[in-house]
Design a protein around this ligand. Sequence first.
Ligand code: ZN
Length: 320
Amino acid sequence: MLVKDRGKSIRIRKLEVMHRRVIKLHPKYLTMEDELSGRLAGHFGEQSNDYFLKPFRDFSVMHDLRLTAHESYFQIDTLLLSPRYLLNLEVKYITGTLVFDHLNQVIRVKDDGSEEAFRNPIFQVKRQQSHLIEWMIKNRIPPIPVRSLVVMSNPRTIIKAPPSNKDFLHYITHSPYLQEKIKMIDKMYTDEKLTIKEVTKLSKLLVRHHCPENPDLLKRYGIEEKDIIKGVYCTECFYLPVVRQYGKWHCSRCNFQSEDLHLATLEDFALLFGPTITNKQFCDFLQVPSRHVAKRILRTLDLSYTGTYKNRKYLLPYLL
Ligand SMILES: [Zn+2]
């Protein structure tokens, strides 16, 4: 049963807006584009891995959890919950070859033959596992075994490890073998440690404590307001800016017309600048010359607001 689905993270959604709106001449544009493509590959890798979890209907499945640990956070890609044990899955989409040596050092050999040191994913899942156990103790969950696996979601990734590396066999699998691996683990844990009711309670508690990451990427990439292209964009062909004529937005590139294209652009605004907007900001960002038109559009959205007429701030619910 799927308890918590995965959507695109706020980080990816912010990067997508920046990719669409930051001027291409910005010195950090290519770095930002690289981050976006890497994170999208990871996101689609995680999604494709979900396919292999379909047969396991008895588990409660949760995706993308971010929980607190010692004033900081730990993240879990996928957590499977059963009354007998929990299974933490860290999904990795990696290109090239990963070489584990007997000391658990990891080297990634890229397709062009160049090598780089790679953060050992086994240490990463071990750390997640101990954070999760601590979190459960703190939240008075009865003790239950936790297992962890690193799932390589790119079938073309080659993984090399010496037979003496026991951790490797215990923790790493390719996604097509995930089902077999889970069946094997399943046989090892036969005692029920939690009731079904307690599992449901635990999953609800995890959802309640989930704290989505909301990084300030404009600051991180040194992007200022002047670097951002304003205007309403066409959701069909991504052309920007579309113009408003007789109460409709009209795209001059693909001829798409719609009354509510401003919704997608307001989402962009919220992701870039935060969840409130004034009439003035609306006119400026959506390039609407008339504040009366802006007011009319804002009124149709039925947004909650704070402040009096002139300083009114409308709440954009897109980030919630
Ligand atoms: Zn268009």
